[in-house]
Design a protein around this ligand. Structure first.
Ligand code: ADE
Length: 262
């Protein structure tokens, strides 16, 4: 099975790309797609850049030009659920586009994708379970080998957890208590916000391709987000992405060794 691996930023995906054996590079739509073998899987890895348009165009190229049969998207997110902390991992069991609103038209609900008739997209349950397992192995076994106690202390990461739930995407970096409160009222079960996952989910749904979205919490989408997010991305995001995605790829190839560096 050929697998598309996407991240929104180079820091999140560069570590993975450097592990690809016999890499072949292709330019398309101002993006570099790197094809080759990673942990016994045929992969095409790419960073999409930010936002729903960039993510959907990249996902479409992965499907139509490279023929991928599964898409893994890994990156960071801002927490909306106040039980989440920086360093926790959210595996999306449902995704929604929080800035989709055609509800001024009678009969259309807020968040519903007009003419598609659905507000939520769901990855296959077995992919969600595998992504949860892979993320737990990274947090329980490898995170402390990867990151120094000082770095973990700096971000207040002590006992990070993996949770599964609703992830919302929109073309907005959210750094406001008022916006997070409104979103929590509209979508009470919401775990976190990011800018790409639900766009990839829509493309995957329309092409009938399985997908999974994993997000490490980099900030709390509030007044502190503009400081926490860049520091997390710069210093630790790529470790989390590399560790979790490597483990997931091993599970998918049936080679379930728990060392992401092997
Ligand atoms: N990705 C990481 N943090 C985010 C935030 N606060 N808003 C949107 N996307 C994010």
């Amino acid at each position: 099975m050929k697998i598309g691996v996407m991240g929104a930023m180079p820091q999140e995906i560069q570590h993975l790309i450097s592990g690809i054996r016999n890499p072949r590079k292709h330019e398309s739509g101002k993006r570099e797609f790197v094809e080759g073998k990673l942990h016994d899987n045929e992969v095409v890895a790419v960073f999409s850049r930010w936002g729903k348009v960039a993510a959907s165009s990249t996902a479409t190229t992965l499907i139509e030009r490279f023929g991928v049969e599964l898409i893994i998207f890994a990156g960071v997110a801002g927490a909306l659920d106040r039980a989440l902390n920086i360093g926790d991992i959210v595996v999306a069991s449902r995704l929604v586009q929080h800035d989709m609103d055609a509800s001024a038209i009678p009969g259309v609900e807020r968040f519903e994708i007009p003419l598609l008739g659905v507000p939520f997209f769901e990855p296959p349950a077995d992919m969600v379970t595998k992504a949860e397992e892979a993320s737990k192995i990274y947090l329980d076994i490898h995170m402390r080998e990867d990151l120094s106690p000082d770095t973990l202390d700096y971000f207040g990461i002590s006992a990070p957890k993996v949770v599964t739930g609703l992830v919302a995407s929109g073309d907005q970096f959210i750094a406001s208590d008022a916006v997070t409160e409104e979103l929590c009222r509209a979508l009470p079960e919401l775990k976190c916000v990011e800018m790409e996952g639900a766009a990839v989910a829509q493309v995957a749904y329309e092409h009938n391709i399985p997908f999974v979205v994993l997000r490490t919490i980099s900030d709390k989408a509030d007044h502190s987000a503009a400081v926490d997010f860049p520091a997390f991305v710069e210093r630790v995001a790529s470790n989390f992405t590399f560790g979790c995605v490597s483990q997931l790829l091993r599970m998918l190839s049936g080679n379930n060794i728990s060392d992401p560096h092997a």
